[in-house]
Write a protein that binds this ligand. Structure first.
Ligand code: GLV
Ligand code: MN
Ligand code: MN
Length: 417
């Protein structure tokens, strides 16, 4: 193991607090949505800070930011670290950002130590890990894994009807060149992402570092239920076709399936976004649009739940006389972390006298897609009360610093393999 300086909790706090000033909802949590002026300004800040740390910065065709600390043998496949700086609506200040600043601090520590590393180290800000603007998650890493083409960027629209393709072009990115950023196996030697846990297992076990063994993957649907809009008082209970009560029944079925119809303990099922039309207290809803998010660490278990859900939805459609359309948004594959990286993280913990917790990530991360072309690992740091995607999200800066020490050791070890 290497003797590296310790990560500075104060420096990490400074970066995180400054990134958090780029926020469209300072009155209630943090909102920083992909390619809004606020997010673009935050990107500029992170790029400047990467340069201050001594990294050579560039962006690719979809806006993934790379800060490179060149190795002594730069032709070798590099080692990656990083995360994201976009957020869900009314989020916290750590989900994603902790991994970006930890990567920058790890690179700073390695550079300051003067210890040579053969492979280059890249600190990455992945474009839009969250699906907030275009309804699809992990746009940057998904593209690098070969799952998003220029045509796909023309089909993805935000709430105002603007396509991702238009937005990319307006900002000077190059959607016509997405194919050129697709990575092949062997292009990246290893990738390690630090992230807040977003669950309470670290806190419950009293441990400060988690070593992730596998990442659950999402399947997402957009559902439209069409009933008949009509008068709340004039339409008898027998005559109505209420899109909202049908949608409610689907939500309850989904919850029940998430609780019971699976072989894996990591199944989750969520309706998170709902639009009721016309959304008036005295009208029977004629249309409801909502999201379904199903996660699992086992693809087979997820597939079997989806089959049961589809059968249940057809039964609700027949029973209630409404029309239900299911549009598949994404069906992603869970992944296991690489054993060499998992043991390198464990050795780093041992050298730093940290007793880590082996764990599984219920949340997805860009590592899910990076794992399709590179060996991956993840380091978790605790989330207070297990809360995330909320203004209540909190992680102690000292815990991020501890995780960053583990990250720096791990990156340096991998960069010299
Ligand atoms: C990512 O933020 C997720 O929803 O898991
Ligand atoms: Mn998130
Ligand atoms: Mn995240």
């Amino acid at each position: 193991m290497y003797t590296l300086p310790s990560a500075s909790a104060e420096r990490l706090r400074g970066w995180l607090e400054t990134i958090n000033t780029y926020n469209d909802t300072p009155e209630f949590g943090t909102t920083r949505v992909l390619f809004t002026p606020t997010e673009v300004a935050a990107r500029a800040y992170v790029k400047r800070e990467m340069e201050v740390v001594g990294l050579a910065v560039h962006e690719d065709a979809i806006g993934n930011i790379f800060g490179v600390l060149e190795g002594t043998e730069p032709a070798l496949a590099p080692v990656w670290t990083g995360s994201h700086i976009d957020t869900v609506l009314n989020a916290g200040m750590f989900d994603g950002m902790a991994g970006v600043v930890a990567g920058m601090e790890a690179a700073r520590l390695i550079r300051a130590s003067g210890i040579a590393h053969r492979r280059s180290l890249c600190v990455i800000v992945f474009t839009s890990e969250e699906p907030t603007r275009f309804g699809l998650c992990c746009l940057g890493s998904r593209t690098m894994a070969g799952h998003m083409t220029e045509e796909d960027t023309k089909a993805l629209r935000d709430q105002d009807g603007k396509t991702l393709h238009e937005v990319l072009r307006e900002l000077g990115y190059h959607p016509a060149e997405l194919q050129q950023i697709v990575r092949r196996k062997g292009d990246v030697y290893a990738s390690v992402e630090l992230h807040i846990e977003q669950s309470a297992s670290l806190e419950r076990s009293g441990k400060s570092v988690g070593i992730v063994r596998g990442i659950c993957a999402p399947t997402c649907f957009n559902v439209t239920v069409t009933g008949e809009q009509s008068h709340a008082g004039g339409t008898s209970m027998a005559d109505r076709m209420d899109a909202f009560t049908a949608a409610s029944e689907i939500s309850l079925l989904l919850e029940e399936l998430g609780r019971t119809a699976h072989e894996s303990e990591y199944t989750t099922a969520t309706v998170g976004h709902v639009e009721v039309i016309p959304n008036a207290s005295n009208a029977i809803p004629g249309k409801v649009k909502f999201s379904i998010d199903i996660r699992d660490c086992s693809l087979a278990s997820k597939d079997s739940l989806i089959e049961k859900l589809k059968a249940g939805i057809r039964a609700i459609e027949l029973k209630r006389g409404v029309r239900i359309e299911l549009e598949l948004q994404n069906h992603d594959t869970p992944i296991m972390c690489d054993s060499n990286i998992v043991s390198t993280i464990a050795q780093s913990c041992e050298a730093l006298e940290i007793d880590p917790l082996p764990t599984i990530s219920g949340a997805y991360h860009d590592s899910l897609f990076v794992g399709e072309f590179a060996p991956i690992g993840m380091i978790f740091v605790p989330s207070k009360n297990g809360i995330s995607h909320s203004p209540e999200e909190w992680t102690e800066y000292s815990d991020i610093a501890r995780g960053t020490d583990v990250l720096a050791q791990t990156l340096l070890t991998l960069a010299n393999q």
